[in-house]
Design a binder for this molecule. Structure first.
Ligand code: FAS
Ligand code: PHB
Length: 397
């Protein structure tokens, strides 16, 4: 390939500056490995998009171990469990009582800001607003990434390893020959809102309702994050703020007993699809996939972000062993090891999603209510939910 404005040489070329790409670059830096990150969107976009909100305790432990826990510990909210609800009943599942650990509420936007700041402090640039990103020669020990930078120059990065952290719509997954994929699209979507109002609950409420699922989450003691089940082809233009609050109040049990939902100023609202996707393998030659590039889960189990972090926590030492010691054992086992956790979290996310969302017929509804009664009254059932939700240990080398 000729005619490059600038060629660059590095050890690891990372496509994508989301949480997986930036955390991977941070973990590689700690291993003394140089990485370059290219990103198609702007810094402002990647640090402001509203996404996940829950971090597993093992993930928080990891972030603290690698120097990313200071603001999280100060601003994050430690939660000991969640509420499961259906009309007339609300039950607390106490994770700490059941399995000895809980979760943290810390918006993905906040983690993203921490990651961007850390990479800037390390003097490691991120090439934002690139286009036409492509991977090359992944079957050799000299893979490369080409792209057009924000000034319109054709650029090439020669590397020892390329990692696709480019999310569901990035190019890296398609570069893997013979890739196998599993896909499940659910017959509903989530309408998500961010509101400048103190949460009406101390911990997250997941509510089954005949009209559809609703959830009350939060980002802080001043900002609420709430979700409604809607039709997959619904349009946000159909949802006035009043209609949203009325629907949330009904489904979350406003007025049942002494509980009230306090409405407030909605600052963001959008509809996001509900689907599962798993790709295999997550490695071919010198190309690895991590995070949403390799898998997508419906957000009902709060697993997407946590899975992305688990992938790169596994991948960083594997790359270090490969490049620093010439030992490819962990690199060879990365895909199988990561996919075991991906399928566990995919199953749990499917389980939570199919238990809590209103679809199917009345027979399905009775099955869901029976499952909810069992999970909230059986210690074995509650422990199973707690273990999966609060996070399985990170099975790191
Ligand atoms: P990301 O998608 O975050 O990052 C990939 C990056 O690659 C992006 O910045 C993208 O711009 C970049 N990229 C793509 N193509 C590129 C190219 N050709 N060249 C260069 N860069 C490229 N998870 C939860 O746990 N709970 C939730 O409530 C939740 N809500 C979500 C809501 C939405 C709308 C979405 C889309 C996801 C949500 N998720 C949620 C999942 C989300 O948090 C992901 O799991 C998480 O962002 C995964 O991180 P990454 O793997 O880094 O992928
Ligand atoms: C969120 O706060 O955005 C959130 C929390 C838990 C979920 C999904 C989303 O299961």
């Amino acid at each position: 390939m000729s005619g490059y404005h600038h060629g660059m040489r590095t050890q690891v070329a990372i496509i994508g500056a989301g949480p997986s790409g930036l955390l991977l670059s941070h973990l590689l830096d700690a291993e003394g490995i140089e990485a370059v990150v290219v990103e198609s969107r702007s810094e402002e976009y990647v640090t402001s998009r509203i996404r996940a909100g829950v971090l597993e305790s093992a993930v928080v432990d990891l972030l603290r171990q690698v120097g990313l826990g200071e603001r999280l510990s100060r601003q994050g909210l430690e939660h000991g469990g969640i509420y499961l609800q259906w009309p007339g009943e609300r039950h607390h599942i106490d994770f700490v009582d059941l399995i000895g650990r809980g979760v943290w509420i810390y918006g993905q936007t906040e983690l993203q800001k921490d990651l961007v700041a850390t990479r800037r402090c390390a003097g490691q640039p991120i090439d934002y607003e690139v286009s036409d990103t492509a991977v090359h020669d992944i079957d050799t020990d000299h893979p490369s990434v080409t792209y057009i930078d924000r000034d319109g120059h054709l650029r090439r990065i020669d590397a020892d390893v390329v990692v696709g952290c480019d999310g569901f719509y990035g190019p890296s997954r398609e570069a893997i020959p013979g890739l196998r994929s599993w896909e499940r699209t659910y017959p509903f979507a989530w309408l998500g809102v961010l509101a400048n109002v103190a949460p009406s609950t101390d911990e997250l409420i997941y509510a089954w309702h005949p009209d559809g699922f609703a959830m009350h989450s939060m980002r802080s003691l001043e900002v609420s994050r709430l979700y409604l089940q809607v039709d997959p082809d619904d349009d946000i233009a159909n949802w006035s703020d009043d209609r949203i609050w009325e629907c949330l109040a009904r489904r979350l049990g406003h007025g049942e007993g002494d509980w009230r939902l306090t409405p407030g100023l909605i600052t963001e609202k959008s509809i996001l699809p509900m689907r599962s996707h798993v790709s295999s393998p997550l490695r071919h030659g010198r190309l690895f996939l991590a995070g949403d590039a390799g898998h997508i889960v419906p957000p009902t189990g709060a697993k997407g972000l946590n899975l992305a972090i688990a992938d790169v926590a596994l991948l960083a030492p594997a790359i270090a062993m490969l490049l620093c010691k010439g030992d490819g054992a962990l690199a060879s086992s990365y895909s199988d090891t990561a996919l075991r956790r991906v399928w566990r979290c995919t199953h749990f996310s499917w389980w939570m999603t199919t238990m809590l969302h209103r679809y199917g017929d009345d027979f399905d509804a009775e099955l869901q209510l029976s499952q909810l009664r069992w999970v909230t009254t059986s210690e074995a059932g509650a422990r199973g939910l707690a273990e999966n939700y609060a996070g399985l240990p990170l099975d790191l080398p």
